[in-house]
Design a protein around this ligand. Structure first.
Ligand code: ADP
Length: 638
């Protein structure tokens, strides 16, 4: 395949004959071995810019991407096309990952997707150094920047790749980055004389509209009734997604709702129904959308204002990926102005409060001073807040800041699989007194999961139940019994949030909140919130021009489609001839009365009413019309 040109690879695997703007430039830069940054808007076709070169180069392309669901989707799509791709993530077993690594070493895999956390694993890095690597791709590269709106500390792990594999080039891709963030990406990844390629972020098939209203659901219904086609409605609370969806259904608009708290199957079913057009409107939190490739979304409505233009642009940009005319509407209420200052206060509570939250978390989880590192706790902030009477939103803000400062990691949405590891030695097993039942189950476990003396392994209680001719509840209870006997450690599967201490507990007064962690980030957030607020409440210029300038583009002129541009559309000049013809028509309408009140023409000639009055005077002077100052009448022909 290495001799094939990029075009034939494109046509062979994807069936497309042409590259989209900027794709070819990025691909050429990558094939020339350069470090490259690609900035393409959502839907611009970023994936092909590394998938095509991956197939043309000899070695392995490693793609680092933040979401497991995204990597699984991409790998499935590639496999359908006969492309050898794989992904390793926390949800797969050790033997599965070993098999994938072996396939990569033998050159049977061209694209390997991983999450950044994997780079913390020395075993993985050691394996990588045995691989023939051709390219590292950093997808959603803005996540590496502290200045980005979606900073993920785990992205900083990526730096190690440059250190360990200095000759392998990087391709960093993102759909939303301000110039400062792009510089930071280049800096953090230590890119060498990189090539940057960016496409204008202007999506000229989308009309960006802001609608100020009292009752947002009324406005939403009005908009949905006057438009056609697939739609996403974004709101910020899970509860609201359900309520709004119910209102739409009650008004005869087919709709469903989606948020991160739904069961996996439920999410997949709802997404599918919306994707295939069975359901028109998806009411969702921002958990919905990443990785969804529905080209014909005609309308995206935001019920609540997003916090940043980056978020807004990404979400609104899910409209019209097929290039056809589409609308993005943001509904603004009079209380929304205050929302912005509240969000800042919640995200950055006072430093003393943050320190207090640190102390309370340690107390709540019974972590002693000088201990805790690497321990994991199931942790529901809401329950702690009820117990200690703390306000929930600022507590979430404090947890975010303490995580960034390196005290712990907090994961809210985790569907973890059950894991076990033996805590006693193999020879000790003989001296423990087991019932026959428990011994049978333990024997089965040891037969199927041989690595558990060395490390945690994922297990499947359903599988063990079938093997031992019992039910999953019995397996669960048996594992708990074995855990109590200190035979093994058992982490049952859970979808609960957890907190993992990444450092030992320190004295509260020694909790450090440096300017990079607190003050600088707060100032950044204030700036971003301010830009979003201006976008909504400053109606004095083209909304798209403002947004593009914020993204560092030199956009001159107006989009011609946003509500501002629509409001200042040039009005057609007043045409006297046309007016005289229309006047005949008005007289005919009211023929029996013969007299026509001049003011009754006002609604028809809004902007030109003064000219209408002037022309009427002229016609009276010429003797074509009679007038009593209020009404006019046609002069009878003598
Ligand atoms: P992004 O990651 O930039 O949001 P994707 O890589 O998901 O965009 O691509 C969006 C859609 O565009 C996909 O359906 C993809 O198959 C399609 N696409 C990408 N490149 C081309 C091309 N050259 N010709 C036609 N369709 C393309």
């Amino acid at each position: 395949m290495s001799n094939n040109s990029a075009h034939s690879v494109l046509e062979h695997y994807w069936g497309y004959t042409l590259f989209r703007p900027m794709q070819e430039e990025i691909i050429n830069s990558v094939l020339n071995g350069n470090d490259t940054i690609g900035l393409l808007p959502t839907g611009g076709g970023k994936s092909l810019t590394f998938q095509v070169p991956a197939l043309m180069m000899n070695g392995l392309t490693v793609v680092i991407t933040p979401l497991i669901s995204l990597m699984k989707d991409q790998v499935d799509h590639l496999k359908e096309k006969g492309i050898r791709a794989a992904c390793v993530h926390v949800g797969i077993t050790r033997s599965e990952s070993d098999y994938i690594y072996e396939s990569c070493l033998q050159g049977r895999i061209k694209l390997l997707y991983i999450s950044p956390e994997r780079l913390k694993n020395p075993r993985f890095l050691a394996w990588m150094s045995r691989c023939d690597l051709s390219l590292f791709v950093v997808d959603e590269a803005h996540c590496i920047s502290q200045w980005g709106y979606d900073f993920r500390p785990s992205y900083l792990e990526i730096k190690i790749l440059r250190e360990k594999f200095p000759s392998v080039p990087f391709l960093a891709l993102t759909a939303s980055a301000t110039p400062q963030v792009v510089d930071d990406i280049a800096d953090k990844l230590e890119l060498r004389k990189e090539n940057r390629f960016s496409l204008s972020f202007n999506r000229n098939n989308i009309s960006f509209l802001v609608r100020h209203c009292e009752i947002k659901t009324e406005m939403l219904l009005k908009i949905l009734k006057s438009t056609k086609g697939s739609c996403i409605v974004y709101c910020r609370s899970r509860q609201k997604t359900k309520e709004i969806s119910q209102i739409l259904e009650a008004n005869g608009i087919s709709s469903t709702f989606y948020h991160a708290g739904l069961e996996i199957n439920d999410k997949a079913n709802r997404q599918q129904q919306w994707q295939d057009g069975t359901i028109r409107v998806m009411v969702a939190t921002t958990a919905f959308g990443m990785g969804i490739d529905k080209p014909d979304v005609r309308l995206v409505v935001h019920i609540d204002p997003p916090s940043t233009l980056e978020e807004y642009y990404q979400e609104a940009g899910r409209a019209g990926r097929d290039g056809l005319d589409s609308i993005a509407v943001l509904l603004a209420g009079k209380d929304d102005k205050r929302t912005f200052s509240r969000r800042l206060a919640d995200a950055f509570p006072p430093k003393d409060f943050i320190k207090k939250v640190y102390e309370e978390i340690c107390r709540y989880l019974s972590v002693s001073m000088g201990e805790g590192v690497e321990t994991v706790y199931e942790f529901k902030p809401e329950e702690m807040c009820v117990k200690y009477k703390l306000p929930i939103n600022p507590v979430y803000g404090a947890i975010g800041i303490l995580s960034r400062a390196g005290y712990f990691e907090f994961a809210e949405e985790m569907n973890t699989r059950s894991q076990i590891m033996m805590t006693c030695h193999r020879h000790e097993l003989y001296s423990i007194d087991f019932s026959e039942h428990d011994e049978n189950i333990l024997t089965s476990i040891l037969r199927h999961y041989s690595g558990i003396f060395a490390d945690y392994e994922y297990i499947d209680e359903g599988f063990l139940a079938r093997e031992c001719s019992t039910d999953t509840e019995d397996i669960y209870q048996t594992l708990l019994r074995l855990k109590r006997k200190h035979v093994l450690s058992y982490i049952p599967h859970s979808s609960s949030p957890y907190l993992r201490f990444t450092a030992n507990r320190v004295e509260t007064k020694r909790v450090e909140l440096s300017p990079e962690i607190y003050d600088d980030r707060k100032a950044m957030m204030e700036h971003r919130l301010g830009a979003m607020k201006n976008f909504i409440f400053d109606a004095s210029s083209c909304r798209v021009a403002g947004m593009l300038q914020y993204f560092g583009e030199n956009f001159i002129g107006r989009c011609g489609k946003c509500d501002y541009c629509r409001s200042i559309r040039p009005v057609k000049a007043f045409d006297c001839k046309e007016f005289e013809i229309k006047l005949d028509y008005f007289f005919n309408l009211i023929a029996p009365a013969k007299w026509l009140e001049i003011n009754s023409l006002k609604p028809y000639y809004n902007q030109h009413f003064e000219e209408v009055c002037r022309h009427i005077r002229l016609m009276v002077e010429k003797g074509v019309l009679l007038s009593d100052g209020i009404n006019i009448s046609k002069k009878k022909k003598s």
